[in-house]
Ligand binder design. Structure first.
Ligand code: HEC
Length: 108
């Protein structure tokens, strides 16, 4: 019984703590994203071959890729230049922005 109630309490804390925090990140990220959508598409849904969609990707994955581009561990001429001036906060915020979207799959 005890583990269950602890789990419920944990959920409650997350429920209270994260919406405000994540919506701040998302709105700050929306500003950063203005310079991404010309390639990655509105909301991060790309229609350009060679440029991946960012919409609905995991926040952790996006942030990891951006840090790797910034730190020169992942190589791409365009993205290395774009990520170079980004702060950790920019990266976390823009990742939260693109991760907020839900992508639905259907066959072509
Ligand atoms: C001039 C076009 C262009 C712009 C502007 C641009 N990107 Fe990219 N981005 C690319 C291309 C092309 C790739 C594919 C790189 C590769 O093939 O490794 C990419 C890859 C990425 C990836 C890796 C995705 C994956 O699935 O691994 C992330 C994350 C990303 N971009 C984020 C951003 C963010 C955030 C911005 C805005 C701050 C941005 N990009 C702006 C062209 C662009």
């Amino acid at each position: 019984m005890k583990p269950v109630s602890l789990f419920a309490a944990g959920l409650l804390c997350v429920g209270i703590a994260s919406p405000a925090l994540s919506s701040d990140k998302v709105s700050a990220g929306a500003k950063v994203a203005q310079s991404c959508v010309m390639c990655h598409g509105e909301g991060g849904l790309s229609s350009m071959p060679g440029t991946p969609s960012l919409a609905g990707q995991s926040e952790i994955y996006l942030a990891n890729q951006l840090r790797q581009f910034r730190d020169g561990k992942r190589h791409n001429e365009v993205m290395n230049v774009i990520a170079k001036p980004m702060s950790d906060a920019d990266i976390d915020n823009v990742s939260a922005y693109f991760a907020q979207f839900e992508v639905e799959l259907k066959k072509r």
